[in-house]
Design a protein around this ligand. Sequence first.
Ligand code: HEM
Length: 173
Amino acid sequence: MKKTITKTSILTALLLAVVVLALTPTMQSCKKDNNNTSATATLYDSLGGTTMVSDPSHSGTMIEKGRLGIRSVVDSTIFVIAADTALNGHFTVLLSEVTAGNTSGLTALSNNLTDFFCYATGAQHFTYTGKSMTAAHDPAQNSRMNGKADNHDFDVFVADLVQALIKWAFPAS
Ligand code: HEM
């Protein structure tokens, strides 16, 4: 039961992050407020926070439990989007790279999205240094973005994220 609560927390955290930060067009990078002495638990804490665990993707490496949970859902979301014909037309650069065996862009996207959601949920040790949401999704400013996104695309993105979370939380279903 505790596991279910944690996964529900991840969904809440990611959706909250989407609502609060994804629509903040001027966000260029984010810095933490070092003067914040509040002991209030963050959403990141509720995901396992800074507790160090083995990284299943990198043998012999440790990772914060909060980041591991977020990265897992991010990677799952990327795969759901890649298979979603309603959205994958925007990701032609990434998909053609991966098809050709080049995963550098995929790794960079996974890292950026993971940083984005870590920061958004209150992680202390990670910040987002990628493009602003406006720049990342404007084909004129990001050659990796194929065509402009509209409101429907963002709804599909969130639906894919929820689908990824459900797949991750209940892998057998
Ligand atoms: C609210 C939801 C979304 C969030 C939080 C989000 C966040 C991000 C972030 C953090 C990046 C990386 C920016 C960088 O490289 O510096 C990115 C890249 C990108 N996003 Fe989004 N995004 C969202 C929705 C969408 C939608 C709806 C689309 C498509 C219609 C989209 C298409 C892309 C593409 C094509 C890239 C570049 C991928 C690549 O590097 O190959 N995103 N997004």
